[in-house]
Design a protein around this ligand. Structure first.
Ligand SMILES: Cc1cc2nc3c(=O)[nH]c(=O)nc-3n(C[C@H](O)[C@H](O)[C@H](O)COP(=O)(O)OP(=O)(O)OC[C@H]3O[C@@H](n4cnc5c(N)ncnc54)[C@H](O)[C@@H]3O)c2cc1C
Length: 287
């Protein structure tokens, strides 16, 4: 592994000052992606700035408007918190899928987002909740809807010296359910060949879907929302035909590649199957 300097600041201000310095500076939270990339010469760093000791990045709370999840909060903590607090099944499910228990204990949700892998498991769950990325740099803070955060495989819209501070996840209504499923060739420790997060809100007096959100992993250069499928589903009573048509429309949002994990056609078929399954799980959860 190439040599690099290492700093572990304990305040956000110190971290931002370090990150604003000239040279190749790499923020690191859990390091489960960063260290591997450094070891395999897929990343250069003069300085690695460890974000795990900064209290501002370790916030995890539910308030009147929703969840605040600090970027350095581990996937294990996100899972435990969202499994116990509120209506965030998809987020609880996806944060429990990242690698093994050991990886989840170390890996942060912010690292999963900022690594910007098309296959990242927590991103579709955040997208269906219309999460907002709160960023910070030496020149100030900004808010970016998460759907606008990704610029390509491994690429985000973060500027040099800017980090993800926290994710804001609005509170879903009581009549909302969600689910996340991915397909991998083995039971764990693999990345998604395809993944689907679905969220529906249903009017209990009529069973009409008042809101639908569907987000896909591993089938485009960035995680994507399946807007045509969402629009079709909204305003309808869900039945087998509606679910089948929604799943067909979800495929329209994909531009998959063929690689060692699966062909483009296989990925499209997986999106169809996973969309149907996640919607059926949402319905079971509403019952
Ligand atoms: C064995 C193994 C299995 C894995 N399995 C899965 C899996 O099943 N699903 C999955 O989605 N991923 C998986 N991963 C990938 C990885 O564990 C996740 O992406 C993890 O969430 C990364 O979090 P981290 O805190 O370790 O990120 P780090 O490695 O610290 O950082 C990842 C990237 O984000 C940047 N970064 C981190 N925090 C910030 C911040 N606050 N602001 C700006 N940039 C930041 C870093 O500079 C780097 O580019 C696996 C990795 C390993 C090694």
């Amino acid at each position: 592994m190439p040599n690099f300097d290492y700093e572990a600041p304990t305040s956000l201000a110190s971290a931002l000052e370090l990150l604003a310095r000239p040279g190749e500076i790499s923020p690191m939270a859990g390091g489960t992606d960063v260290i591997d990339q450094l070891k395999n010469n897929r990343r250069n760093a003069d300085l690695v700035v460890d974000l795990k000791r900064i209290p501002d990045l370790l916030v995890l709370e539910s308030n009147g408007s929703g969840l605040r999840i600090g970027s350095a909060v581990s996937c294990t903590e996100v899972h435990n918190f969202t499994a116990e607090n509120g209506n965030y099944s998809a987020l609880a499910e996806s944060s429990e899928l990242v690698g093994s228990v050991h990886i989840q204990n170390r890996a942060s949700i912010g690292g999963n987002v900022c690594n910007a892998a098309p296959s990242a498991d927590t991103i579709p769950s955040l997208l269906i909740h219309e999460a907002v990325a709160h960023t910070a740099s030496a020149s100030g803070e900004r808010e970016i809807p998460l759907i606008d955060f990704f610029a390509g495989p491994g690429q985000t819209v973060l500027q040099k010296g800017e980090i993800l501070k926290e994710l804001g996840v609005p509170t879903p209504s009581a009549n909302t359910t969600s689910a996340y499923l991915r397909f991998i060739p083995r039971n764990e420790m693999d990345i998604a060949v395809a993944g689907v997060g679905s969220l529906i809100e249903v009017d209990p007096s009529s069973d009409v879907v008042t809101k639908a959100r569907i987000a896909l992993a591993s089938v485009a250069p960035t995680p994507v929302r399946a807007y045509a499928a969402e629009e079709f589903l909204e305003g309808k009573n869900i039945d087998v035909e509606v679910i089948a048509k929604t799943a067909d429309l979800a495929v329209e949002a994909t531009v998959p590649i063929t690689d060692v994990r699966g062909s483009a056609e296989y990925r499209k078929e997986l999106i169809k199957v996973l969309t149907k399954r996640t919607l059926n799980i949402c319905l079971e959860r509403l019952a």
